[in-house]
Design a protein around this ligand. Sequence first.
Ligand SMILES: C[S@@+](CC[C@H](N)C(=O)[O-])C[C@H]1O[C@@H](n2cnc3c(N)ncnc32)[C@H](O)[C@@H]1O
Length: 98
Amino acid sequence: MSQVATLFSKTKIDYSWSFSDKTRKDTAYITHGYHRYPAKFIPQIVSRLAEKYTKEGDLIVDPFDGCGTTLVESKVMGRPSVGVDINPVAVLITKARI
Ligand SMILES: C[S@@+](CC[C@H](N)C(=O)[O-])C[C@H]1O[C@@H](n2cnc3c(N)ncnc32)[C@H](O)[C@@H]1O
């Protein structure tokens, strides 16, 4: 078995990160349901990470911002944020959502 496969086989999976109990309604609150976008985060992942690794007032940067899930959640949580995306449609959606 490769070292990577061995590492994964020994890693305990924390299923609380699957958010499998979340419905579309749970993930589309405030402006999160405005527009579809490929490979979109569910907002609960962003808020859990922000809660764990930042405090109110910390700057959050998402260099591949997509349609702005990170920026919306940052605003809700009182963290200033900056998003960057190469796709002008993504930037437009983000501006509308925040
Ligand atoms: C999977 S999406 C991110 C979705 C986001 N996490 C959300 O929940 O809305 C990845 C984004 O990276 C952007 N991207 C890809 N290459 C890039 C680059 N070189 N510079 C900036 N953005 C880039 C794409 O346009 C796409 O919007």
